[in-house]
Design a binder for this molecule. Structure first.
Ligand code: SF4
Ligand code: SF4
Length: 424
């Protein structure tokens, strides 16, 4: 794919600006009715999906060039996909999110990758993670846990901790919690520990093509050699990479589960019993890559056609990803099965959820924007009266925890697995 493949989308964009808002029929108040963090923060049309389609057309036609400002309008975006969901409600067959990513690819190929993101990509090459951490430290979080090492042993299930839970000392406890839950349920699983590699998903969102392909081929070769049939991860970004990107870039057919899906199933099957009360009012944040972008990959090798030389269509029709079939019920059902937990919803939830601000390289390249985005979500969570904001992704938790700390908020931030562990 290239940005040229989305020329028709850019031409057909009606400039309606619906992509700036959450779906109209789901709005509950003016305060929490916006959908796009980028336009809300940037406050200029170019910071919206529709605006970027105009930028793409202009660049493709040679009517403008990439200045620093243009680069910022393209990259100061969380790639969260809220715009994509809203656009598809009023327009059929448009793919603004994919188009925006291909616009990034174009800029990267022309040498305009923001410096902070170039550093992440360099770290991916040298250390197999994007956090700049030494690769030797990757398995430290699990050293004393006595887990099967799949670089030497075999198992049908691999637990993939992901970079943030592997390297961030403040967060590694969640990976250990996940392992304790799997052991308690009697799941036969292993890890790659020090030889685990990044999923590559975040580099894809930043606008690079090669790293995710390399990561996919590396991870799949290791999984196959160890007899792995199912990969389980507590990270929404890894989940998206394994489920949506690996089939696309490396023909993966491996089964992919997020920990919330597996744990919810184990609770439903009676293999885990949540008996201890956790008296808390919580609200759940849908990670973008588990929710609206967590739908199954559908292969498509069709062609763009014109009817009577005019109306563009796709033959066969392109798969329609509109966020409706993401992972929404498993985390909610899991929370509701914990005695004492009261679940209340934020106004923007499921496919209309507001982003945490950490995606698309925003946390690394535009930290003020990223933290402002998280702060908006914290205010929305507080408006529910909840004691805690619960999520299922280390990137969301990191951004929220930073925001709560810097803003002096009382709200607690948890990964859903931490509440499960308390209830066991
Ligand atoms: S991208 Fe979609 S929602 Fe946004 S202005 Fe264009 S047609 Fe409207
Ligand atoms: S991906 Fe998210 S931040 Fe980027 S334009 Fe769409 S709604 Fe805005």
């Amino acid at each position: 794919m290239s940005i040229e493949d989305f020329r028709a989308d850019a031409m057909r964009c009606s400039r309606c600006a619906y992509c700036k808002w959450m779906p109209l029929d789901l709005m509950k108040s003016w305060r929490f009715s916006k959908g796009c963090p980028s336009i809300e923060y940037g406050n200029f049309h170019s910071y919206s999906a529709g605006g970027r389609l105009i930028t793409a057309l202009s660049l493709m036609d040679g009517r403008s060039t990439v200045t620093d400002k243009v680069r910022d309008t393209v990259f100061m975006c969380n790639m969260c996909g809220s715009c994509d969901v809203s656009c598809k409600i009023c327009r059929y067959d448009m793919e603004p999110l994919q188009a925006m990513r291909e616009l990034r690819v174009k800029l990267v190929e022309e040498g305009h990758l923001p410096a902070a993101l170039a550093k992440c990509v360099e770290s991916l090459k040298t250390n197999h993670n994007m956090l700049g951490a030494p690769k030797e430290r990757r398995g430290d979080w699990a050293k004393t846990l006595g887990i099967k090492d799949l670089s030497r042993e075999k198992a049908k299930v691999v637990f993939h901790a992901g970079c943030r839970y592997s390297f961030d000392g403040e967060q590694s406890g969640v990976a250990r919690t996940a392992v304790a839950i799997l052991k308690k349920a009697g799941v036969d699983f292993g890890i790659f520990g020090a030889t685990e590699s990044c999923c590559g998903g975040r580099s894809y969102g930043m606008g690079l093509n090669d790293p995710v392909k390399h990561c996919a081929e590396t991870n799949l070769a290791k999984w196959h050699a160890a007899g792995v049939e199912t990969v389980v991860t507590p990270c929404a970004d890894c989940y998206y990479a394994f489920k949506r990107l690996y089939p696309q870039v490396a023909g993966s057919q491996i089964k992919v589960l997020h920990m919330v899906e597996l744990v919810e199933q184990l609770v439903r099957d009676g293999q885990l019993k949540l008996t201890k009360p956790v008296t808390m009012k919580v609200t759940y944040h849908d990670p973008c890559h588990l929710g609206r972008q967590g739908e199954d990959y559908v292969p498509w090798n069709g062609k763009e056609k014109k009817i009577f030389g005019q109306a563009v269509c796709y033959d066969p029709p392109r798969p329609r990803y509109n966020g409706a079939f993401g992972v929404y019920e498993a985390p909610r059902s899991l929370l509701q099965s914990i005695p004492g937990v009261e679940l209340v919803e934020m106004e923007r939830n499921r496919e209309a959820a507001w982003c945490c601000g950490a995606g698309g390289g925003a946390r690394e390249a535009y930290p003020k924007f990223s933290q402002w985005t998280a702060g908006e979500r914290i205010e929305e969570a507080e408006a529910t009266g909840a004691d805690a904001l619960v999520s299922a992704c280390p990137w969301c938790e990191k951004n929220f925890s930073d925001s709560v700390r810097h803003g002096g908020h009382k709200l607690k931030v948890f990964d859903i697995l931490q509440l499960v562990e308390q209830a066991l």
